[in-house]
Structure formats: C-alpha cells, structure tokens
Design a protein around this ligand. Structure first.
Ligand code: C2E
Ligand code: MG
Ligand code: MG
Length: 597
C-alpha cells in the first residue's frame, strides 16, 4: 500500500497542537501515508523537538496557551537551522486578518479547521514537493558551480600550455628566443641592482649543419638538434638557461659566475662534448660548433645587445677556423659596424659604378715580352680614395655582391682589350685575365654570362683567361667539371690562382684539366738567390710541365727572383719588378714604350 516515494524518503512531519485528539487523528492518518510523524502539545515542546531533529514540515496550530502558533513560527524563522522548514498553519480562526498574519510571520500555507484530510494531505505534498524542488535546484546549482570551477581549471591549464608553447621551442622543448630574452633582461636588471654579480652569454652555432641537412635529410637534422640540446643541457646547472634561438643556433645564459674564466671553462667543456660523435638512431654523426662569449655587465642597456655581441664573437670564432670559442671585445663591435657600413657603401658603389680596373702585365719569360694583362679591380671610394680588392672582395663574396661586381669586371676587361686591339696597341694574341671568386664560379648562369659578354664585346674567346682558386673547384666539384668542359669548348683558358696555398691534395688536377698554374707570391718571395729556398717552386713547375700546363710566377719583385725562375723554366712571370697594376692610361704608355726584360 505504501508508494515508492514514501518508502524511500519517509519525510519527517512535526504536528503541533494543544488538542490531543487533533494530534492523534492527524498523526494516524499521516503515518498511514508513510510519513514519519512527531507530535508536540505546545510551542515549547515544538521548539525542543525541532532542536533534536529538523523536520521536513511543521503543521502548526495557532491558538495555544503560553506561546501561540505565530510566536512559534517567528522563533523558528529567527534560527538559521530552522528558518527553512515550511510551516503550514492549522486554525479555526477564519478571519482574513489571521491568515495574513500567518503569512507575515513566515508560514507557507493556511488550513482552516475543520478540514478535510485530503486537503491537508494535498497541501502537505505540495509543500514537500516545493521543498524537494528547491533542494534539487540547490544541488544543481552547486553541481554547476563545480563544473564551472572544473572548466576554469581546464582553461587555466590550456592557457599555461599555450604560454609554454609560445615560450618554448617545439622540437627540443628548450626555451626559445622570446623566453631567453626575458631571462636575459632579468639577469641584466640583477646586475644593475647588484654591481658585483656577473653573468655570461654563450652563443653557439653548429659548423656545417647545412651539410648534415642536405646530405642526410631534415629528419636526421632534427634528431641531431635534439641530441645536441640534450648534451648541452647536461653540462648546465639549474640557474642557467639553455635556449634554441632557431636553426642550429643555441644560446646559454650562464649566471652567477665570478669572471670570464668560468665562461671560458664552460665553452671548453662544451667544445669537448662536441668532440664525441652523436649517436643517432641509425648513424653516428660528428659535428663541431663555434661559440661566442660575452660578459654581461651593467654597461649593457638592452638584452639584445648582449646577444648581438655574443653572435659577433661567434662569427669571429668561425672565421678563426671553426670548432673554437671567442670572447667578445668591444673592438669587434666597431669592426662589425665598419663592415656593415662597408657593405652598404658597396651596394651604393655598384649603383654608382664606382669601380675601376687596373691592369698588371704578365710577361712571357722566354721572350721577355708582355703576353697579357691581369685585370684587378679597385674601388674608387668617394671619401676613402682607392680601396684595394683585399678589403672589399671578401665582403662582396659573403654578401653575394661579388656577382654584379664580377660581371662588370669581366665586361669592362673585355671591352678594354677590344679597345686596345682596335687601336692596334696590342697584337691579337695578347690575353686578358679575369679573377673569379668561389661564389662567382658557382653561379648557375656563369657560362651564359660569359657568352653574353663575349657576344657584346666581340672579343675572341681565346684572349680571355679566367683565374680561380683551388677552393672554387673543391667547393663546387660537381658543377666544376661541366663548367670546365664548357670553357674548353670556347677555348677560354683557366688558371689556378695562388697555387700551392689551398688544398694539399693535387689529385683534382687529374679530373679537372686546367691550363695554367699561378705559383703563389709567397713562394716566389722566399727566393733569395740560393738553391735552398726554392721550396715547392720546382715541384709546381714540373707538375705543370708533366700535365701539359704552363706555370706563372706571381709577385716577382727582384731580378734575382727572375733569374732563378727563368733557370727553373717557369713560363710566365708577373710582379712589381715588371710593373705594378696600372690604370688604362698608364698601360697605354707602358705598351707604347715596348718594354723588354
Ligand atoms: P690575385 O689574383 O692573386 O692578384 C695578384 C695580387 O698580387 C694583386 O693584388 C697584385 O696587385 C698583387 N701583386 C702583383 N705583383 C706583386 C708583387 O710583386 N708583390 C706583391 N706583394 N704583390 C703583388 P690586388 O690587386 O690587391 O688583388 C688582390 C686579390 O684580390 C687578387 O689576388 C684577387 O684574388 C682579388 N681580386 C682582384 N680583382 C678581382 C676581381 O676583379 N674579381 C675577383 N673575384 N677578385 C679580384
Ligand atoms: Mg689573380
Ligand atoms: Mg694570385
């Protein structure tokens, strides 16, 4: 007969009435409905009963001795523990005034005696249902609050993750440039606040990393970078920051050091670590690194400047022969600035055509006559005067500006020779030699460019000689063979310049047939008349002879040197003894004087 609801919930109802009969009647009926019923005969008892167990609902008579129902209700509403209990008044009072008062003191309903039990039951059920609904809403609210909290937490985690991603390198997990700069900034602030503290920045760049990427692929390159990061990390302590700046560049913020020697020790340790191969999944890889070091002190205003100086020092280390470290000194910064200035000037010089060619005669040592000229470029700088190629060719080479400059040189040299030929100043066999740097030699359109110049100037290709260094061949060994072949087809002669100073291996001479070897002036200048100082010269001349090439000695300054070279059967000579490089006007004078040596 009990419904499910009554079985499960068994709500607790307190009936307060001073009439015992009423109490009994109501409680019997409510008990039958499955409610838990308690009874109180007066207000005091009711308040006591409520203290022990808080009922789910109170049926409250109004007219009682001592404390009437209104007072009981008011007392209940004052206590937070009982304030929420729904109170239904039961009373014979049937005036509107009484009903209004009942609601005013906090009652939720009002039933007039005599009542029908069904009505009481329905009203009780309504109030209890309302209470349950309220409780559910409360519960839902707290669940909702909990979910909001959870979501907020998830968002915070996601945000932290995003921040982490923004400040870290995804490949190695190391701090990235942005985070490194932040740490550098705080280190700088620390130094400014506490002048005795010091730190160092190490800038590390792998040597020849591109070769690994190009030959073994980017996946291996990535694997190697991860291995490098791990190895670098292993020699740092907690306070230090290792960051990947990008590509194969890493930076280390080395804090709490006493002096530069700590940083040097660290660099030495790192270079030592690089001397062991990196064990990758499928192969072992050897790689070197160059390190630039700069000391952080309070003279620095911006963290970027520290990194810039460490970078400059790293470039210096590379220039000094890779696999080394170098400590920055302020002089290097001004050198770097000067180089930058030079580079800018050089770009402008190309636009303004500030270059001129000088020509140095090449002498046929058998006949003692001029057989050709080497074109040597000079830069007519607006403020510095004539700048020698040794000062700007390396920068032009590094920045790629050598290509437009070289193109101009070739065109100008060919035009000049044609002009001398047209003026009948020289015979048709006289040649012009043009230097090609490594970068020029590796231009994919080199042959095309030469063809265009020859077509434009109408110079006989046999009069053109090109001078390259050994490294031009070694650095481009794949394309070199094709270029040499194309030159041969056109009967353009090729010389190896500064021969003997480059690669020690001569085997390339077998695969790359050239026409002339130019013995470097450092060998020639050691000649002093005695046979003990001949050095490599006889060997070079005999290599040339055996392989059907001619030899030219550069930098002949004394008659004694000339005599010795003639004795050794050197074919050609060039040097101040005959003439310095001359401008075109002076060349004309020299030719017309028809010199003989
Ligand atoms: P290089 O091709 O070996 O040219 C010979 C250098 O030796 C020239 O220096 C020349 O002036 C110098 N020289 C000639 N005779 C003597 C001598 O008796 N004693 C001494 N001590 N030196 C002598 P320069 O003109 O300063 O050129 C230096 C280098 O710059 C050249 O060496 C060449 O490698 C490069 N260069 C010059 N012009 C060009 C050019 O148009 N293009 C390219 N790519 N490089 C050029
Ligand atoms: Mg040369
Ligand atoms: Mg030379």
């Amino acid at each position: 007969m009990n419904s499910d609801r009554t079985v499960i919930i068994k709500e607790d109802i307190l009936i307060v009435d001073d009439t015992l009969e009423n109490l009994r009647l109501l409680s019997t009926m409510l008990l039958k409905q499955g409610y838990n019923v308690r009874k109180a005969l007066n207000g005091q008892m009711a308040l006591k009963a409520v203290e022990t167990v808080v009922p789910d609902l109170i049926l409250l008579d109004i007219m009682m001795p001592d404390m009437d129902g209104y007072q009981v209700c008011q007392r209940l509403k004052q206590q937070s523990s009982t304030a929420e209990i729904p109170v239904i008044f039961l009373s014979a009072l049937n005036e509107v005034f009484d009903k209004v008062k009942a609601f005013e003191v906090g009652g939720v309903d009002y039933i007039t005696k005599p009542y029908q039990f069904e009505e009481v039951l329905i009203r009780i059920q309504n109030q209890l249902a309302l209470k349950t609904a309220e409780r559910e809403i409360l519960q839902l609210n707290s669940q909702l609050e909990k979910r909001v909290q959870e979501r907020t937490q998830q968002l915070e985690i996601a945000n932290a993750r995003l921040l982490e991603m923004a400040l870290h390198d995804s490949l190695t997990g190391l701090p990235n440039r942005a985070l490194f700069m932040k740490r550098l900034q705080s280190a700088l602030q620390e130094v400014k606040a506490n002048k005795s503290s010091q730190f160092a920045v190490l800038f590390l760049d792998c040597d020849r990393f591109k070769v690994i990427n190009d030959s073994l692929g980017h996946l291996v390159g990535d694997e190697l970078l991860i291995a490098i990061a791990a190895r670098l990390q292993s020699c740092l302590s907690n306070g230090d920051t290792l960051a990947r700046l990008g590509g194969d560049e890493f930076a280390i913020l080395f804090t709490e050091i006493e002096n530069i020697s700590n940083a040097i020790q660290m660099a030495t340790r790192i270079l030592d670590l690089f001397s062991h191969p990196f064990q990758l999944q499928r192969r072992e890889v050897f790689i070197n690194a160059s390190i630039g070091i700069t000391l952080g002190n309070c003279d620095y205003e911006q963290p970027e400047h520290l990194l810039r100086d460490a970078d400059t020092a790293m470039y210096r280390a590379k220039a000094l022969g890779k696999g080394q470290f170098h400590v920055f000194d302020p002089e290097m910064h001004s050198v770097a600035l000067r180089l930058l200035q030079l580079e800018n000037d050089l770009r402008r010089a190309i636009e303004r055509q500030e270059f001129v060619l000088h020509y140095q005669p090449i002498i046929d040592l058998n006949q003692g006559k001029i057989s050709g000229f080497e074109a040597l470029v000079r830069w007519q700088h607006p403020t510095r005067g004539l700048v020698s190629p040794g000062l700007f060719i390396p920068i032009a080479e590094e920045t790629g500006l050598i290509n437009p400059i070289g193109h101009w040189v070739m065109k100008q040299a060919c035009r000049q020779l044609i002009s001398w030929q047209q003026q009948k100043l020289v015979n048709d066999n006289l040649s012009i030699s043009v230097n090609l740097s490594v970068r020029q030699f590796s231009q994919p359109n080199l042959i095309e460019q030469i063809d265009r110049v020859l077509a434009e100037t109408l110079l006989n290709p046999q009069c053109l000689k090109l001078e390259i260094t050994e490294s031009a061949i070694m650095d481009n060994s794949q394309s070199a063979a094709t270029i040499l072949e194309e030159l041969r087809k056109r009967q353009i002669h090729l010389s190896i310049d500064d021969f003997g100073t480059g690669y020690s291996s001569l085997s390339y001479l077998h695969s790359f047939r050239v026409d002339l070897l130019k013995i470097d002036k450092s060998f020639v200048q050691r000649l002093n008349g005695t046979s003990s100082n001949l050095g490599l010269i006889p060997a070079i001349i005999s290599i040339a002879q055996t392989m059907g090439m001619k030899a030219i000695a550069e930098g002949i300054e004394t008659t004694q040197q000339l005599i010795q070279l003639k004795k050794l059967n050197c074919d050609f000579g060039q040097g101040y003894l005959f003439s310095e490089p001359l401008n075109s006007k002076n060349v004309v004078e020299l030719i017309t004087s028809d010199p003989h040596w």
